[in-house]
Design a binder for this molecule. Sequence first.
Ligand SMILES: Cc1cc2nc3c(=O)[nH]c(=O)nc-3n(C[C@H](O)[C@H](O)[C@H](O)COP(=O)(O)OP(=O)(O)OC[C@H]3O[C@@H](n4cnc5c(N)ncnc54)[C@H](O)[C@@H]3O)c2cc1C
Length: 387
Amino acid sequence: MADLEAFRAETRDWLEANCPAEMREPMRSEDDACWGGRNPVFKSEAQRLWMERMAERGWTVPDWPSEYGGGGLDPAQTKVLRQEMARINARNPLYSFGISMLGPALLKYGTEAQKTRFLPEIARGEIRWCQGYSEPNAGSDLASLATKAEDKGDHWLVNGQKVWTSYADKADWIFCLVRTDFDAPKHKGISFLLFDMASPGVSTKPILLISGYSPFCETFFDDVQVPKDQVVGEVNKGWDVAKYLLGHEREMISGMGLGGTGGRLGAALKDKLADDPILRADVARFDVDAMAFKAMSEKFIDELKAGQAHPAQPSMMKYAGTELNKARHELVMAAGGADALEWESDRSRGGKAAREWLRTKANSIEGGTSEIQLGIIAKRILDLPGA
Ligand SMILES: Cc1cc2nc3c(=O)[nH]c(=O)nc-3n(C[C@H](O)[C@H](O)[C@H](O)COP(=O)(O)OP(=O)(O)OC[C@H]3O[C@@H](n4cnc5c(N)ncnc54)[C@H](O)[C@@H]3O)c2cc1C
């Protein structure tokens, strides 16, 4: 305990000295996030410094082993770091599907050579990853995927199409589900493949959302050659890796329920609530839900880090977090009235409330729909009979 308090004091001092003032301000939009990559775009020198300092200390991935670029912290120390960062409103230094999705899967299923090769560059933000799961005929029914990888002796030959691939046009590498056995039952012929998006035969086409954002793409593979050692886990057993990764993806997405700063609306909307008792009651109800979600989320993360979470718990948190985030933006729009619908000015100068509200419509679809999460909760947590 005394050690933990010493760690807290040391962490507090280090953060005070190293987190630039600008990185303690809330992000103005999702464009303010730092994603790293081969050709990283930093919005400011402060953003670059913050990412590099945190990566240097292994604190972009504090609980990963230090030999793979992590901080080597135990769960209690990781929680202290999280608390101390929250205390000064420090921004997340690096947003990364490598950190939140691929890394945990590599730690569990990767070979030593794969861990040594890929994890440190993820931790340092040097490679940006995207996720190639969904296809035009395989979304909720993901195991129906048809993108194929044929064994050509010294390489895999990949052909097919993915869809809704977030940031595929900006990513350096992809983790991708492919069919490697065409005769086996659908869950049993899938492999989990990693490859470079700069490989000949890979192309992307951005898709525009109703919000005006274009966060994802159609992704095409046309005779893409992939080295044989870039399969994670066993060939034809990629479904296990895929499911494990989905749990981590759902954990990440559930974080949007926290709404950045703990998520309560009452204080933020105070001026707009005085004359509207109905809205005031709705916001009060929302704030109670937001507090309950925050407490539940803390408990969930502790259980997860201690390896004690129920495997279906990420579905519960994903469902609760995304429904809460949608409700949050409904209330912001209701409180803003007609002004909140302002749309004409561009993203940096206006239209923020309406665009963010529209973007939340996708929350209960991305990472698996709310209906699918409810199905998992019914079956695996409540033990209800199937349809
Ligand atoms: C913003 C965003 C980002 C995304 N990013 C990525 C990404 O980076 N990589 C990637 O691979 N994919 C990504 N996706 C895709 C996402 O995972 C799929 O959209 C999602 O799994 C649903 O699949 P679908 O769109 O094919 O819908 P469908 O599966 O066709 O579902 C249509 C409707 O039917 C319902 N439904 C389907 N099956 C059932 C069932 N068994 N029980 C009850 N209801 C059912 C669904 O809930 C939904 O309402 C993203 C999606 C969004 C919106």
